[in-house]
Structure formats: structure tokens, C-alpha cells
Design a protein around this ligand. Structure first.
Ligand code: ZN
Length: 123
């Protein structure tokens, strides 16, 4: 169980397939593979499949922005909160693509863990 969890967490960190843990999910920074290059698992099971990843993306972004606000507020306690929000928002922008990629990877892993028998292979 612990080994399996470690393998899955490592696969998520490396953005690997939820079935074989070896095939890459992303071809490049912006482009996903439709199917796992190693085991042929279909990543996007249905149209609109990645809508669920938006919840994960929202949670990641909220966490990062909240922690960023806290940190900046401690560093610059006398600054206006509106300015701090603006600074944190601008600093977050370069992280947005990475947050989106990891949100999709997490969504695929969660979906395959929660509903492993639905379509997505051999189609
Ligand atoms: Zn695979």
C-alpha cells in the first residue's frame, strides 16, 4: 500500500500515466498526449473531461495566493492590502501554467483511482 502510494505520488510529480506510471502525460509544456505513449490509456475520457481539474486548479491557486499574501503581509506589514494583492497576483502569473498542468495530472490520477473501470482503453 505504501509502496503503491509512493509510486503514484512519484508518477504525479513526474506527470506520468496513472495506469503504468511510466508514460508521459505531456508531450511538451503545453501539449498533452491523447493516449499514454507506453500503455495506450486514453487520458481524456470524454468531452469536457478536464472541467474537474478546474476545481483542483482553483484550490492550488487559492493556496498559493493565500500563502503569498500572508508572507508579503509579514514582510511588508505597512503596505496597502490592495497593492499586496496586485504584487502576489503578478508573481503568481508565471506559475499558472504549472498549476494547470499539475491540476490536470492530479485530476486524471484521481479519476482513474475513483472510477478505474470506465471507458478510456482500447477505443
Ligand atoms: Zn500508461
Amino acid at each position: 500500500m505504501a509502496i503503491s502510494l509512493n509510486r503514484r505520488l512519484w508518477a504525479i510529480w513526474q506527470m506520468r500515466c496513472p495506469q503504468c506510471y511510466s508514460g508521459a502525460i505531456y508531450r511538451s509544456d503545453r501539449t498533452m498526449y491523447q493516449r499514454c505513449p507506453a500503455c495506450d490509456l486514453l487520458f481524456e475520457r470524454e468531452p469536457g473531461y478536464f472541467l474537474g481539474s478546474l476545481y483542483i486548479s482553483y484550490a492550488f491557486a487559492s493556496l498559493i495566493l493565500g500563502l503569498g499574501m500572508l508572507a508579503l503581509h509579514f514582510i511588508l506589514p505597512d503596505w496597502d492590502l490592495g497593492i499586496l494583492v496586485l504584487i502576489v497576483g503578478v508573481l503568481f502569473l508565471p506559475l499558472a501554467p504549472t498549476v494547470t498542468r499539475y491540476a490536470r495530472v492530479l485530476w486524471i490520477h484521481f479519476d482513474r483511482w475513483a472510477w478505474p473501470d470506465q471507458t478510456g482503453t482500447g477505443q
